[in-house]
Design a protein around this ligand. Structure first.
Ligand code: BG6
Length: 477
């Protein structure tokens, strides 16, 4: 692996503490960081290198999954960390940053490969990319990469605008868009898993009746009102994570797939997705918002009573959708997707229902979180215990491995320059294109906002969406 400098914007932020530092530390313990790795943390607050290192150490003690919490190992890891005060808008700060980066590269005698990781609000992406470019931070004689986190834009036109701006400093091959669902080991395998499950003898000739993709959450809006009240479930989860799950499930990956192939296959899925116009939206989309209720024995307030939420907010915290892929394999199979906050339980899963006569249904279940497994089940309502569970014979070997954190996988991939499991611009743009009529319908209030009690499975209209097609959501207890 080539040496590199990791330039982290937002180094004192929550994501850095909870995810980025623990992931880097785990990579260090597993000896998967580049030799002479160097990290420069940036933030608005004045901090000495030592206090920065002490803060990072604290976050490792709290959030690292590593069994190695040995002080000496941590000290060794933290030696690579430096801190620099930076005001995102001040050009001089970038010039000073360049000096520090060069100084460290000389000290360590490493090639100027630079990874700029923007762990800051998306409203800062354009300014930072422009200032990186103007200051010359991006013009050294090594590689440069930009890592950003979703959301990539607020709608189709802002996403395009953002991309054009980023492209002034970084080309597409240098931009790594993190959608952390793509870092989940199970998600990386779902295309293969589905394929190998369908080649099990019993299922070879069976037709798929429907697909359900669920990402239910127990958590509410938490401390993110400012962001979430303008994003809603559709931008926070649906446009990115849920559509990525759909793409990853329905592409048929060749065994050794290049990043270009994966990108092309995903694009094909998005292009084959039947577009919705505003009238279709009212028949295919259910919009919901949580009201007060009880979750796991605890009373919780409704969305509009959460701190920081605008009075009478119409923001969505739940979405259910019926989709159709117009390709020869999927064209007769309705695909249902739902995601929401303050639901009864945390569950991210895909259920494939096969055509069958009679009350017993054959299901292929892919659980993505909180547990990871894949199995067949013969079931009437999805409530039975699993005595008729038929595990898949050809389980993939990764199932036996320790499940890695999505950030460990993605940061490592970015460091080695593997873009396979990052969101590519084309599919991001196609996702926004598909979602845009729904955003328009929301804005014009063409869709009712169904209030559901917290602690349920969302509004009953989401059940009706399936009932009219003769289906129901599996595993709603
Ligand atoms: C994030 C969303 O991208 O994904 C959050 O912004 C959501 O609102 C989270 O809670 C869910 O991720 P996971 O991995 O817990 O399913």
């Amino acid at each position: 692996m080539e040496p590199a400098t990791f330039v982290l914007f937002g180094a004192t932020g929550d994501l850095a503490k909870r995810k980025i530092y623990p992931a880097l530390f785990q990579l260090f313990v597993d000896q998967k960081l580049p030799p002479s790795f160097s990290l420069i943390g940036l933030g608005r607050r004045g901090l000495s290198h030592e206090s920065f290192q002490a803060n990072v150490e604290q976050s490792l003690i709290t959030f690292s999954r590593s069994e190695v919490k040995d002080a000496d190992v941590m000290k060794k890891f933290l030696r690579a960390f430096r801190y620099h005060v930076l005001d995102i808008d001040r050009k001089e700060d970038y010039t000073k940053l360049l000096r520090l980066v060069e100084e460290r590269e000389n000290e360590l005698n490493i090639t100027p490969n630079r990874m700029f990781y923007l762990s800051v609000g998306p409203e800062f992406f354009e300014t930072i990319a422009a200032n990186i470019h103007e200051s010359g931070l991006d013009s050294a004689n090594g590689w440069k990469r930009l890592v950003i986190e979703k959301p990539f834009g607020h709608d189709l036109s802002s996403a395009r605008q953002l991309n054009t701006k980023l492209n002034q400093a970084f080309n597409e091959t240098e931009i790594y868009r993190i959608d952390h669902y793509l870092g989940k080991p199970m998600v990386q395998q779902i295309g293969h898993l589905l394929h190998s499950a369908l080649s099990e003898q019993e299922y070879r000739t069976r037709k798929i009746a429907s697909v359900q993709i669920t990402a239910n959450e127990v958590l509410g809006v938490e401390e993110r009102a400012g962001y979430y009240d303008h994003a809603g479930a559709i931008r926070d989860m649906f446009q990115n994570h849920m559509l990525q799950l759909l793409m990853m499930l329905t592409i048929e990956l060749p065994n050794r797939s290049s990043v270009e192939e994966v990108g092309k296959l995903k694009r094909n899925v998005m292009k084959a997705l039947k577009p919705l116009n505003k009238t279709d939206v009212t028949h295919h989309i259910i919009r919901g918002q949580y009201g007060a209720g009880e979750i796991q024995g605890e009373q919780v307030v409704g969305y509009t009573d959460e701190p920081g939420i605008e009075l009478g907010s119409h923001n969505d915290t739940f979405i259910a959708a019926r989709l159709q892929i117009n390709d020869p394999f999927w064209k007769d199979t309705p695909i249902y997707i739902r995601t929401g906050k303050r639901l009864k339980e945390k569950a991210t899963r895909i259920v494939i229902e096969f055509n069958s006569e009679g009350p017993l249904k054959d299901l292929l279940i892919i659980e993505i979180g909180p547990n990871e497994r894949i199995f067949f089940q013969r079931s009437q309502s999805g409530m039975e215990n699993s005595d008729v569970e038929i595990p898949i014979r050809s389980q993939h070997s990764f199932m036996k491995e320790v499940v890695k954190d999505a950030y460990e996988i993605l940061i490592h991939d970015a460091l080695i320059g593997d873009k396979t499991y990052f969101a590519h611009w084309d599919e991001v743009e196609l996702s926004w294109e598909w979602v845009q009529p729904i955003l328009d319908a929301y804005r014009e209030n063409l869709l009712p906002l169904h209030i559901y009690p917290a602690g349920t499975y969302g509004p009953s209209e989401s059940d009706k969406l399936l009932e009219i097609d003769g289906f129901h959501w599996w595993f709603d207890a």
